[in-house]
Write a protein that binds this ligand. Structure first.
Ligand code: FAD
Length: 307
C-alpha cells in the first residue's frame, strides 16, 4: 500500500504530493486531469512571488516539480469511492481498480456552476470570469456585470465597485438572497445597480472579446442588452465530492469538513483546497492547505503502531 495517496492533481494535490515525498514515504497521486482548474486559467497575477504567469505554464511547472520526486502519478483516472478496510483506506477507481493506502489526501477541487448560455464558452477568459479576486483588476475603469444575488455575487459586486467604473448585479429571483448587511452595503454604492427578475440569455462579443450581454426581464418578458466588458458568474461553486458521500463528513454545500491539521471525520484521511470548507478558493491557499494536509498525514503515520 501507499503511505500517502493523494486524490487530485491541482495545486493542492501537487503540493501535498511534494511535501509527502520529501518525507521519504511511498506517495501516489491519482488525478482525473493533472493541473486541475489551473489548466483553464488564462492569466494569473496573484501567485505570490510570480508577478505574472499563465495557467498551462503553471500546470506544467507543477507537474515537473512533482515528477522530480519519487511519486507514482496515475493521471486520467477518476476516483469513484472511498472506504476504510482493515486499517487501510481503499480508493476505488472508475476503471475498476482499487488503490490502498495508510493515509489519503483528498484534493479533488471544485468547479464553477456555469450560465449555460450562448457565448459563455467562446468568451471565457475574454470577459467571462468566475473569480473576482483573480480577474477583478483586469476590468479597472470598465463596466461589468455580476450574475447571482447570493452572498458571493453581492460580495463580488461590492468588491468590483471599488475597481471598475460601474457594476450591474443581475439576480434571477424576485429578491437578493445575500445577507442584509451586504445588500445594504451594495445599495449604498453610487456606481452599482441591482436588477432582479433577470434571466441571463447570451454573452455578446466581437469575436475577440466580450462586448455585452442580454437578459430577459421576467416581469415584462422583454429582452434587454447591457454594454459590459465583463461578467462575473457567481451562481455557485460545486465541490467534487460525489465520490465521497457516506465516507467523510460534508457540510451543507457538499464541501469536506476539515480541522486545523486538514483532518477529516475519517481517521487517516486529510483534505485540502477547493474541495474543503476553506473560505477562500485560491491557488496559494490550496497549496498551503496541501502542505498542511501532507504534514498532517505524516504526523498521523508516525503515530500508528507498525502492522
Ligand atoms: P483543482 O484545481 O480543482 O484540482 C482538482 C484536481 O482533482 C484535478 O486534478 C481534477 O482532475 C481532480 N479530480 C476531480 N475529481 C476527481 C476524481 N473523482 N478522481 C480523481 N481526480 C479528480 N486562483 C488564483 O489564485 N488566481 C487566479 O488567477 C485564478 N484564476 C482562476 C480562473 C479560472 C477560470 C478558474 C476556474 C479558477 C481560477 N482560480 C484562480 C482558482 C484556482 O484555480 C483554484 O482555487 C485552485 O485550482 C484549487 O486547487 P485545488 O487543487 O484545490 O483544485
Amino acid at each position: 500500500p501507499f503511505d500517502v495517496l493523494v486524490v487530485g492533481g491541482g495545486p493542492a494535490g501537487a503540493s501535498a504530493a511534494i511535501y509527502a515525498a520529501r518525507k521519504g514515504i511511498r506517495t501516489g497521486v491519482v488525478a482525473e486531469r493533472f493541473g486541475g482548474q489551473v489548466l483553464d486559467t488564462v492569466g494569473i497575477e496573484n501567485f505570490i512571488s510570480v508577478k505574472e504567469t499563465e495557467g498551462p505554464k503553471l500546470a506544467t511547472a507543477l507537474e515537473q516539480h512533482v515528477t522530480s520526486y519519487n511519486v507514482d502519478i496515475m493521471n486520467l483516472q477518476r476516483a469513484a469511492g472511498m472506504s476504510e478496510k482493515d486499517g487501510l483506506i481503499e480508493v476505488r477507481l472508475e476503471s475498476g481498480a482499487t488503490l490502498r493506502s495508510k493515509s489519503v489526501v483528498v484534493a479533488t477541487g471544485a468547479r464553477w456552476r456555469e450560465l449555460n448560455v450562448p457565448g459563455e464558452q467562446a468568451y471565457r477568459g475574454k470577459g467571462v470570469a468566475y473569480c473576482p479576486h483573480c480577474d477583478g483588476p483586469l476590468f479597472k475603469g470598465k463596466r461589468v456585470a455580476v450574475v447571482g444575488g447570493g452572498n458571493s455575487g453581492v460580495e463580488a459586486a461590492i468588491d468590483l465597485a471599488g475597481i471598475v467604473e460601474h457594476v450591474t448585479l443581475l439576480e434571477f429571483g424576485d429578491s437578493l438572497r445575500a445577507d442584509a448587511v451586504l445588500q445594504d452595503k451594495l445599495r449604498s454604492l453610487s456606481n452599482a445597480t441591482i436588477i432582479t427578475r433577470a434571466q441571463t440569455t447570451e454573452v455578446l462579443g466581437d469575436g475577440q472579446k466580450m462586448t455585452g450581454m442580454t437578459y430577459t426581464d421576467r416581469t415584462s418578458g422583454e429582452s434587454q442588452t447591457l454594454d459590459v466588458a465583463g461578467v462575473f458568474v457567481q451562481i455557485g461553486l460545486l465541490p467534487n465530492t460525489d465520490w465521497l458521500k457516506g465516507s467523510v463528513e460534508l457540510n451543507g454545500r457538499g464541501e469536506v469538513v476539515t480541522g486545523s491539521h486538514q483532518q477529516t471525520s475519517l481517521s487517516g484521511v486529510f483534505a485540502a483546497g477547493d474541495v474543503t470548507d476553506v473560505p477562500y478558493k485560491q491557488i496559494i491557499v490550496a497549496m498551503g492547505e496541501g502542505a498542511k494536509a501532507a504534514l498532517g498525514a505524516f504526523d498521523h503515520l508516525i503515530r500508528q503502531t507498525p502492522v
